[in-house]
Design a binder for this molecule. Sequence first.
Ligand code: NDP
Length: 309
Amino acid sequence: METLVFYSDLDDFERWRRLLIEALPDLEVMRAEEIEDPERVRYALVWKPPRGFFARWPRLGMIVNLGAGVDALVDRDDLPPVPITRLVDPNMARMMAGYVLFSVLRYVREIPFFERMQRESRWEYRHPRNAEDVRVGVLGLGALGACTARELARQGFSVAGWSRGEKRIAGIECRHGMESLADFLAGCEILVVMLPSTPQTRGLLDAERLALLPAGAKLVNVSRGDIVDEYALDALLASGRLGGATLDVFEREPLPVSSPLWSRENVLITPHLASVALPESAVAQIADNIGRIRQGLAPLHCVDPQRGY
Ligand code: NDP
């Protein structure tokens, strides 16, 4: 019998085990400390395992990253030469699109303003805007970014997207490559960051690039905190040059109590939960990939450690 070894400090092992065994009754699903025969371990489903973890399984055939973002995994120097896959799940994408849609609508419908007015018992009418007049830019058009861009377009917003390679998505103005970034940023009333954290994207939104956004623009970051220079962002929010930010991810998590972002009125903070791994739907993809390995096929949704995503 083949074994899948599970490691995560955050996720519910029993739930994953039950669902994986339901999908693959001939698979054994165990935590590392339960395993007596390391030779049987063919698959690892992991979120941030400790250093040296993979060396314990000499016949490992595939690593599954328990999440969509792989920056914590591909940065390590103890990876065995086996395919690394990540979770790509339509329900996870829908959850992410829902978070971003909420954030964008909250700005467009001026909810922070009405919340303030309510606290003062003031009836202040502000006429709602046409969605088409609002230009939303999505940085990153991958599994999550493309789904989110489509959802925003479905709501009628004017949506532009930016990726590394050329893309075509109906209803989205697609741009790509560094040469188009400055122009792209200058056209975004609301900028949504959905890029993976890689050597190329870390610090991408520095003070200079953030300053290219139109005055009063809003920023929504749902991918990784280190893509945005948090210090520069805070300064632009403090001065009012940027109108607001919705931040789910940060350079350091948990966000330190000393961060000025906590008390900025124009900032909404959530603790890294825009989208989470959903075992009920993600198990199908893992089972499918195990089936592919057993048939000698390459698994789907592989990560390229060189590229970083
Ligand atoms: P994908 O790998 O599917 O897509 C990444 C996108 O970013 C692609 O469109 C890619 O371009 C683009 N990209 C990568 N590098 C560059 C670059 N240097 N310049 C321009 N574009 C670039 O990722 P997902 O959509 O699945 O996820 C995005 C990120 O969301 C994850 O990496 C993770 O960090 C984060 N995340 C956050 C969660 C949360 O709860 N806050 C939950 C889950 C994920 P191309 O298409 O050309 O390759």
